[in-house]
Design a binder for this molecule. Sequence first.
Ligand code: GLC
Length: 539
Amino acid sequence: MPAETYIWWKHGVFYQIYPRSFQDSNQDGIGDLKGIIERLDYLVELGIDAIWVSPIFPSPMADFGYDISDFTDIHPLFGDLQVFKRLLEQAHQRGLRVVLDYVANHSSDEHAWFLESRSSRDNPKRDWYIWRDPKPDGSPPNNWESHFSGGAWEWDENTSQYYLHLFLEKQPDLNWRNPQVVEAMHAALRFWLELGVDGFRMDVVTFLMKHPELPDNPTAYDDQGRPFQEHRYDINQPEVHHVLRDFRKLFDSYPGERVTIGETWFFDPAELAAWYGPALDELQIPFNFITLKRPWQAATMKQAIEAYYAALPPGAQPNFVFGSHDVRRLASRYGLANHRSVGMLLLTLRGTPTLYYGDELGMQDVSIPPERFQDPVMWRKPGTDEGRDPERTPMQWDSSSNAGFCPGDVEPWLPLAVDYPTINVAVERADPHSTFNFYKRLLHLRRTLPALTLGDFQFIPVVDNHLASIQDVLAYRRSWQDQRLLVVINFSANSQLIDLSGVGLGGVTLLSSHFRSVEQFDLARVLVQPHENLLVQLF
Ligand code: GLC
């Protein structure tokens, strides 16, 4: 791609590292920063452009780092500031950008600010958190529920008031209506931006402001008529847009395109689009989870993608996320037959992709025995109480015991997958048809073919030789100048013979999920194998 048109956060690929699980360097069974440094060359080999590292700050780890007790230091489990600086330097030397997590909605209850705040009603930091009197009958100030489970208010015996926590009781919400909080939290951002951090993924960033009067949330009903609490007043308040605009001004005051990414759980494309801001002056990448929640059906995906693109304001950069530390792994959610096709979508749709560590190997959710549960949040599988541990297990590097994540005689913090002897970097690197080599090739093609980053996007109707529409296959074209690429994804378990003669004279396959040998073909008769995807250069 012409260097002058390359904007790293628009055209590059993000890779999320869950630091506890990437690489242990000090034999304690928990990943750390030095471990990440040791693996930077792997990331270069794979072909990604930026890493987003989940929280590495001091924390009692009630929510595995999403409960921060010091916003401007490193947890000793992961290293220290010196090691972090080395990570930054080593990553930058290799052309990799580094994005950190900014957890601004709440701190840990062990943060010095909260300890002060809870120490007495007249402490100067009392108002840094959200404290309220009980109702006359002693019950909590309103009916808000935690986004994890149970009520959102915790009684403080010492000062006889409740404090608000939209997540765990060990995660008290900061009061973003207090200018001192804003200043202190901006100072934390400046600290990292000055060190050279390239941006932040901002955790539940649309939650920062609460309705000033804290009214009860109303009850709503799902499709089955079951009641649930609508989060009308606790999150997504209009004032939060000012907070985001101030973040952007702060980031833009630093050189080098520092990026603001937001964790934005919206499934209505218009609602999601609002987080770019009226003048594209808020989040540069409001994470798009719309497609992540859709079932694996060609028509449904197409409709979701079209609706998303249509809702974006002019000039807004689209983005796609399919995997993270909060949702099931691709290979488990979409099935072993389909997960490479999710990778094809992620890396060839128009927009910035975020890839979750290990998905490039086809790692699966790991079933965790109850005695090894770590995640305190029993929010996903009520029947099994399994939480989010299954998608957070150690990276699978090789076939040695503990997969090269930590020494064989050390117990890793979460168990390894049973498939690690075959699903790992070393084995897959040597297998030309592995998922790793599929991703590596695709990432390389993405770098070398500007149509995939700068190009237009257009869905192509898929028909058979009798012009009857085929529902199970998705096809789209990416074009830039005279470069034209075609992506075809077969969602079904049947071979499909399709007629794509409308899109060009012929084509040559650049990559197939099944690694069918590169072939030129007649676009009027394209045979796509069960669950196969193809990237084709048109001529
Ligand atoms: C976000 C994080 C999640 C965390 C929660 C509370 O959703 O992704 O892991 O538990 O915020 O901070």
